[in-house]
Design a protein around this ligand. Structure first.
Ligand SMILES: [Zn+2]
Length: 465
């Protein structure tokens, strides 16, 4: 995952009561599972997801999950796991998802062993502590608690453990097509969404539920030229030609866009902000055709991405010798495309803006464009109840993510997906994918509780058969 930049990862929860929070038996069990799953180096190439799945299956069976309700899926040496809890009533299942794989960590660069769970100064340290093994443990813990309490959900609950979210998302595609999952009414993704704490006071400001992701696409912008000796400059030059093209990309503005989700998000953030940005947020939310408000938001790196497609030059590569005219000049232009906008139309817009047939623009790979998951009142209400259990009164709103999780795979497969980790953090504390990844101890336990509450609430779980 590459979460919303504001969010996640090192979760500080100043209002927590960790001493009390860690005494429950299910929390001790969750901590034990957490330590084991952190010990698996589930980075691409290490092929450790089969071993981690074997451990999870052993744990789940010991907790009472029948073999018939466990399935595994394999893709290129990585393994995914699916577990179901049958419902009392017929109906479409509800999916919960987390990913087991990690971005690799090199032990020699870390201050502590990244593959050992270390509790220190109120934090849990280790690779995957936040992204996304806390989510993995929250799902396992939820299943074990439901089994131990002999709760029976009205709706079938399906729990998915993805094996390659950080790379190919191939196991996510297999999960989405699996008979237990493909008919799911919606999905809860633990890998994004969360609360923002005020940087100085630590006060909870807002809780964000990820309901859509922008499409990530990179375009190669390339100029070629016969070149020659640098003592004999030609009228045309690949580097100058590319530079002119990039100036036009820089100046180009994609059309302002809005949908219900972004209007709700910007309006809610605007209520909490003062000054010209706050005013622009409120105006834009009320009327997305307000050009002045859109222009004001375009100046803000924090909000520009929520109002339009953005493209920016990120890499340059040109020439082959200091005394030769360049034969090739190329740039990478990375775009975050608004939901509903086709990748080809962005390429066409760049070509039109550059307006030079000598400049070639091609897309890298095959970007996935995913639809917006319209916010469901029942799901938002359940998430709000779970958030308010620990953070009373905090505003809960949907947001559009500029990064990317495998929620887009579920959305493309027709399963509306809402990412909600239950974790709160300060914008400055973002350790996912980086060195010395950590999560606040109390935040971890609250994250477990968040997912358990959602499963019980949304699934209609109650004692009995
Ligand atoms: Zn992730």
């Amino acid at each position: 995952m590459k979460k919303l930049i504001l969010l996640m990862a090192a979760m500080t929860a100043p209002f927590s009561t960790p001493a009390a929070a860690q005494t429950a038996p299910h929390e001790a069990k969750a901590r034990e599972i957490y330590a084991r799953v952190i010990s698996f180096r589930t980075a691409a190439g290490h092929k450790q997801t089969p071993a981690m799945v074997a451990y999870l299956i052993e744990t789940l069976k010991a907790g009472g999950v029948p073999e018939a309700d466990i399935a595994t899926l394999d893709e290129e040496g990585e393994r995914a796991l699916i577990v179901r809890i049958p419902g009392r009533k017929p109906g479409r299942p509800i999916l919960f998802s987390a990913h087991m794989d990690i971005v690799d960590a090199r032990p020699e660069e870390w201050e502590r062993d990244p593959f050992k769970l270390i509790e220190e100064n109120g934090n849990f340290y280790g690779r995957g502590t936040s992204d996304n093994k806390a989510g993995v443990v929250a799902l396992v813990s939820t299943i074990l608690r439901i089994e131990a309490a002999q709760l029976k959900p009205a709706r079938e609950l399906v729990f998915a453990f993805v094996g390659d979210e950080e790379t190919n998302m191939n196991t996510t595609r297999l999960i989405a097509a699996h008979p237990w999952v493909k008919n799911a009414e919606f999905a809860i993704n633990t890998d994004a969404g969360g609360g923002i704490l005020d940087e100085t006071s630590g006060k909870p400001l807002i809780y964000l539920v990820q309901g859509a992701e922008k499409t990530y696409a990179t375009f190669d912008v390339v100029v070629t030229n016969p070149g020659g000796h640098s003592s004999r400059p030609r009228a045309d030059n690949a580097i100058y030609q590319l530079a002119h093209a990039l100036e036009r990309v820089e100046a180009y503005r994609f059309a302002v866009m809005a949908n219900d989700l972004t209007r709700a998000y910007l309006g809610a953030v605007g209520k909490a902000q003062s000054g010209p940005v706050g005013e622009a947020l409120r105006k834009f939310s009320a009327d997305p055709t307000d050009a002045g408000a859109a222009d004001e938001l375009a100046k803000s790196p924090e909000f520009v991405g929520t109002t339009r497609t953005t493209c920016v030059a990120t890499m340059l590569d040109a020439g082959h010798a200091e005394n030769a005219l360049p034969q090739t000049a190329k740039a990478a232009v990375n775009c975050r495309i608004f939901p509903g906008v086709a990748v080809d139309s962005v390429r066409d817009a760049l070509v039109a803006a550059i307006a030079d047939p000598g400049v070639k623009v091609t897309v890298r790979g095959k970007p996935d464009a995913s639809p917006v998951s319209e916010m469901r009142p029942d799901v938002m209400a359940a998430i709000t109840r779970a958030v308010h259990a620990h953070y009373p009164g905090v505003m809960v709103v949907p947001y559009l993510e500029s990064g990317g999780t495998d929620g887009k795979v579920y959305r493309i497969a027709g399963i509306p997906t809402f990412a909600t980790s239950g974790l709160f953090g300060k914008p400055s504390e973002m350790f996912a994918h980086g060195l010395n990844e950590r999560i606040e101890v109390a935040a971890f336990y609250r994250g477990l509780d968040h997912i358990y509450r959602l499963a019980v609430d949304l699934g209609g779980a109650r004692p009995g058969s």
